[in-house]
Ligand binder design. Structure first.
Ligand SMILES: Cc1cc2nc3c(=O)[nH]c(=O)nc-3n(C[C@H](O)[C@H](O)[C@H](O)COP(=O)(O)OP(=O)(O)OC[C@H]3O[C@@H](n4cnc5c(N)ncnc54)[C@H](O)[C@@H]3O)c2cc1C
Length: 320
């Protein structure tokens, strides 16, 4: 890219939002959660509108093959390998896109239209005010809608509803040419399927229509530990394929130690500190199955009665 083109780009960005020339902010954008890749961008765009993104991408497209400038959307920067960074390129900070208020539609298939820069935690809080919740989650909710829809978005509801990319009705996308296109299963389906799970390589998601369901009023949450992988995975497969099963099922691997990252131990403490202390084999690999059953107080059965038959069907580790 020629010097005059770089200057033009910086000018476009300055009019779009905050200045792109702020060295400290550029350094911030050269980091992500993994903290392994540090690609300093040329500029950062803080879009205030979809038009800011489309006119910038149109400009980059029009420069054409004369430039090797790369563009990366950045959600909450929780990638591990620099996926939301652009070496000497342009980073688009999606969280600054605030023109879109969440818009809810409550009907048979309820949904919410949200800005792609919105954090899932905010989507949850707003949905709950209406007694609704997204159907499919990530465990950690301080991730953006656009960031997880560019990956998959997986948590314990995925066995039932599919990952988050299976629970989107419609997207608004800015393409590499700067066009703003609405896409869904029925409309511009190739773009829709390309962008979902596309790591930002097929366009920038600016808006998403997220599927909602009625939020449960109560949840029974259970964690069980295993020492044997085969028993753990058999139990998980059985639960996933059962008719009367949980609403949330997730398995994970734990290295038994007392460090900060091992907060799973708090599940057994302080209610039953003796139980937790039995898993004292430092460095040992354990397996954890986490399940949850949703309830509503108006249900006639108690939580215990309605719970799937965990004890009789699975072989979890008993303390010694
Ligand atoms: C602590 C932690 C917990 C996690 N938990 C889970 C979990 O439970 N389930 C799960 O599935 N994943 C989980 N992840 C992984 C996470 O979903 C991905 O790293 C996700 O990309 C992070 O979202 P983000 O908003 O930070 O995206 P970023 O890291 O900012 O971006 C990720 C990718 O998406 C692209 N992108 C971002 N926004 C857009 C957009 N609007 N349009 C097009 N492309 C875009 C970026 O260019 C980049 O390629 C976790 C990660 C961390 C660090």
């Amino acid at each position: 890219m020629k010097e005059e083109e770089r200057c033009m780009m910086a000018a476009t960005m300055a009019t779009a939002g905050e200045s792109g020339g702020n060295q400290r902010k550029e350094e911030e954008r050269a980091k992500d959660f993994g903290n392994r890749c540090h690609f300093l961008p040329l500029a950062i765009l803080y879009p205030k509108s979809v038009l800011d993104i489309s006119s910038t991408l149109k400009h980059v497209f029009e420069i054409g093959t004369r430039t090797d400038l790369t563009v990366a959307a950045r959600g909450n920067g929780h990638s591990l390998e620099g996926q939301s960074q652009a070496y000497q390129g342009l980073v688009i900070n999606m969280k600054s896109l605030q023109e879109l208020e969440m818009k809810f539609k409550i009907e048979e298939l309820s949904y919410v239209d949200v800005s792609a820069g919105e954090l899932w935690i905010n989507v949850l809080h707003e949905s709950l005010k209406l007694g609704l919740a997204p159907k499919s989650w990530t465990d950690y909710l301080h991730l953006t809608v656009g960031g997880t829809l560019s990956n998959a978005g997986i948590s314990g509801q995925a066995f039932k509803h599919g990952p988050q990319i299976n629970n989107v009705y419609q997207l608004e996308v800015v393409t590499g040419k700067g066009e703003v296109i609405t896409c869904s299963e029925e409309q511009n389906a190739d773009l829709f399927h390309g962008v979902l799970g596309g790591l930002g390589q097929f366009g920038i998601i600016t808006k998403a229509r997220i599927a909602l369901e009625t939020a449960p009023k109560q949840v029974k949450w259970i964690r069980v530990l295993y020492s044997d992988f085969a028993t753990f995975s058999n139990d998980q497969e059985n639960l996933i394929s059962s008719q009367n099963t949980f609403d949330y099922i997730e398995g994970f691997v734990i290295i038994n130690s007392t460090g900060l990252l091992n907060n799973w131990r708090s599940t057994f403490n302080p209610k039953d500190p003796l139980l937790a202390s039995n898993f004292s084999s430092e460095g040992r690999v354990l397996f954890c199955l986490e399940v949850a059953k949703y309830f509503n107080p108006e249900d006639t059965y108690s939580t215990d009665q309605k719970s799937p038959t965990l004890n009789s069907s699975i072989e979890f580790m008993s303390p010694r």
